[in-house]
Design a protein around this ligand. Structure first.
Ligand code: ZN
Length: 201
């Protein structure tokens, strides 16, 4: 499947002049939630991701997502893999399992995100699960922003990647965008003003 086209069709891959969470500017932005707006298309994406995970011979009992961003992707991936779906939520300094969700000793768990940038939230989710005795067998994401290396991808892991080297990351595609500091941004130099799409607007 053409993942980039799927993102474009869903208006999830924006073109313009954007202020990223890192403070850098870019001419492209992934509005990840938009690609899951159509449940049937969302299922196609996670079916493809599940196939990659199964082809690699990864055994999994449960998919766990960091809330809020990863929940829909994690739920759909769990459905595609026909396993249990849980999520962890932010607490001071990390993430925790709430709402009666439980993890058993040695349970094989995939941490699933909608997008992996540096993987900070995914790492916190993994730490919360490991503290309860779960075993992280893989990380999974629909989109990989190219800071971390995904299985089958051409890129290399950058220093910013927070994910461990010894656990595989599965993602549908790499989305590596050109980024500029505000001082060096060519669009700013032309008089443009960066907008902050993010999750809040
Ligand atoms: Zn700019």
């Amino acid at each position: 499947m053409n993942v980039e086209q799927a993102y474009k069709d869903a208006n999830a891959l924006l073109e313009g002049h954007f202020l990223l969470a890192s403070g850098n500017h870019s001419n492209r932005y992934l509005q990840s939630a938009k690609v899951l707006e159509d449940p049937k298309k969302a299922a196609l994406l996670t079916d493809t991701l599940a196939q990659m995970i199964q082809n690699a011979g990864i055994e999994v009992d449960t998919v766990c997502a960091p809330a809020l961003g990863g929940v829909l992707a994690g739920y759909e991936l769990a459905r595609s893999l026909n396993v249990r779906s849980i999520f962890v939520e932010k607490k001071e300094g990390g993430m925790e399992l709430r709402r009666g969700f439980e993890v058993t000793q040695g349970e094989k768990i995939i941490i699933c995100e909608d997008i992996i940038t540096t993987g900070g939230s995914a790492l916190k989710a993994a730490q919360a699960i490991e503290a309860l005795g779960g075993k992280i067998v893989a990380f999974a994401s629909l989109a990989n922003r190219g800071f971390c290396k995904r299985v089958g991808g051409n890129g290399t892991a950058k220093a910013e990647c927070a994910l461990p080297n010894d656990v595989p990351l599965f993602a549908l595609d790499d989305f590596t965008f050109e980024m500029f500091t505000a001082e060096e941004c060519p669009m700013c130099k032309e008089g443009g003003r960066a907008i902050k799409p993010g999750s809040k607007g």
